[in-house]
Design a protein around this ligand. Structure first.
Ligand code: SF4
Ligand code: SF4
Length: 453
């Protein structure tokens, strides 16, 4: 079996007793599935993230263990010669939101988010054909610049339910969902091209993701303002060739379009290489985008340069927390008029242990009372919650903890959610606006109220 992702990290698995039941096909991909030893800790609900689909359904068929078992059965030939286009694997993977909760919380570190991507890629490869909706959602980075011209239609859709129902019928986009609206001007269209900030300041690179660039440029501006106020010299990452802004490749990868994701990732690697060779940190805002550089870029087989890029890539909060610990952070923050914040962590922030950095950085704002929501996945999970057949499940996941706690909070409480899809879910499910951490810090520079992007 030719895999589309590089599974060589699992080559040595299977040597010990714990991995004795290796599938007969799939090579290292099969070994990655066999990492699951079936002790069903993913079918618990006490705390943590794993596994949101099991938590919402209480059905073992929607747990990590069942997915791994089904994948092993598929690779053992139990579902016939074309298991990737058969119903068994499709049903098992259907509600996996790719949260990476299992990668962090499963005692054996089963990476079902990545296993699912390979299964999807194999499905498309086996002739199932990529549906139009999946193509459209995967191609968001290419479509995003044009969305501002469709703003009139998106406004009309909000007022005329018949249009939303038409979109559900023909495109499979949930009628009950609001749709993201493109900003009138993307951040990179007006962001400085040359490095900005104090000439003698520590240099760094700001990697602006598709969502911050096209949908919420105020977040990128806030991050830039904070970094400049702290005295850094900021380079804003641009592609080496061509005009299309850099994109990590996340939307392509999560829809199983591995070759497209690899192309996008190669542009990022090419653009960042000169900076990381000089030892500059690379700062990003959107957890699912930035953390891809530390995780899936290895599986995309992008060459030895990935190691250096992975080491340099940091979320804004991780970078600021590290700088604070090293006593290099000089950020004059003032109390906010509203001094209570409620924080929802993005699944990938939690999977990479970045919530500690959030706590540390928020602790730098004087008099701020910080409360964390004990929640699993928000339920939106990229495009999952937009898909008509997943809308109900998406809301059920949100209702497990996040949305009730948001509703119970006072309207004066500031809500923080660093993930763009988490903010979308909070808006749709609790009719409240939430903010990226960068906006809280920007507001604290002035001691003023933050404004939603
Ligand atoms: S996925 Fe992890 S927690 Fe779940 S059964 Fe397998 S080894 Fe256990
Ligand atoms: S990635 Fe998330 S939803 Fe998928 S199996 Fe792992 S914990 Fe469950």
């Amino acid at each position: 079996m030719d895999t589309q992702l590089d599974w060589s990290a699992y080559d040595s698995y299977g040597a010990g007793d714990a991995y004795a039941a290796l599938p007969s096909a799939g090579g290292a991909y099969g070994k990655a599935a066999a990492v699951c030893i079936g002790n069903r800790q993913c079918q618990r609900t006490e705390k943590g993230v794993m596994c949101p689909s099991f938590r919402a359904t209480q059905d073992a068929k929607h747990s990590t263990q069942h997915r791994a078992a089904t994948l092993k059965a598929a690779l053992n030939g139990e579902y016939g010669p074309q298991p990737f286009i058969g119903p068994e694997l499709e049903a098992a993977m259907d509600l996996c939101v790719g949260c990476k909760g299992c990668k962090r919380e499963c005692p054996n570190g089963v990476d079902m988010a990545l296993l699912r991507i390979e299964a999807l890629a194999q499905r498309w490869n086996a002739g199932a054909g990529v549906p139009l909706r999946e193509r459209m959602l995967a191609n968001l980075p290419r479509l995003a610049p044009w969305l501002q011209y469709l703003d009139w239609f998106l406004r009309l859709r909000e007022r005329l339910p018949i249009l939303a129902r038409w979109g559900e019928r023909w495109w499979g986009i949930a009628a009950r969902r609001s749709l993201p609206r493109g900003a009138a001007r993307s951040f990179l269209s007006y962001a400085p091209r040359a490095a900005v900030g104090a000439a003698e300041g520590r240099e760094l690179v700001l990697l602006v993701d598709t969502f911050s660039n096209h949908f919420e440029p105020a977040n990128a501006q806030a991050a830039l303002d904070v970094l400049l106020a702290a005295g850094y010299r900021v380079h804003i990452a641009r592609p080496v060739e061509g005009k299309r802004p850099l994109c990590c490749g996340r939307t392509f990868l999560s829809h199983g379009l591995v070759a497209n994701a690899r192309t996008e990732a190669m542009h990022v690697v090419e653009a960042l290489t000169p900076y990381v060779e000089r030892g500059l940190p690379v700062i990003g805002l959107e957890p699912s985008c930035l953390l891809m550089l530390r995780d899936e870029y290895y599986a995309l087989g992008l060459g030895p340069q990935v190691e250096k890029i992975a080491k340099a890539a940091l979320l804004l909060e991780e970078f600021l927390a590290k700088e604070h610990e090293a006593k290099r952070l000089d950020l004059a923050l003032r109390p906010l008029p509203h001094s209570h914040v409620l924080v929802h962590g993005h699944c990938h922030q939690k999977a990479f242990g970045a919530m500690k950095a959030m706590r540390k950085v928020l602790g730098l704002v004087p008099e701020l009372k910080v409360e964390f929501i004990e929640s699993s996945c928000c339920g939106m999970a990229g495009a999952f919650g937009l898909e008509a057949e997943h809308y109900e499940m998406s809301m059920r996941m949100g209702e497990l903890a996040l949305l009730p706690q948001v509703r119970q909070s006072s309207p004066q409480t500031l809500l923080i959610a660093n993930g763009v899809s988490c903010r979308h879910q909070i808006r749709d499910g609790a009719q409240r606006e939430s903010l990226h951490l960068a906006q809280i810090l920007q507001a604290a520079l002035a001691g003023d109220d933050p404004k939603p992007a």
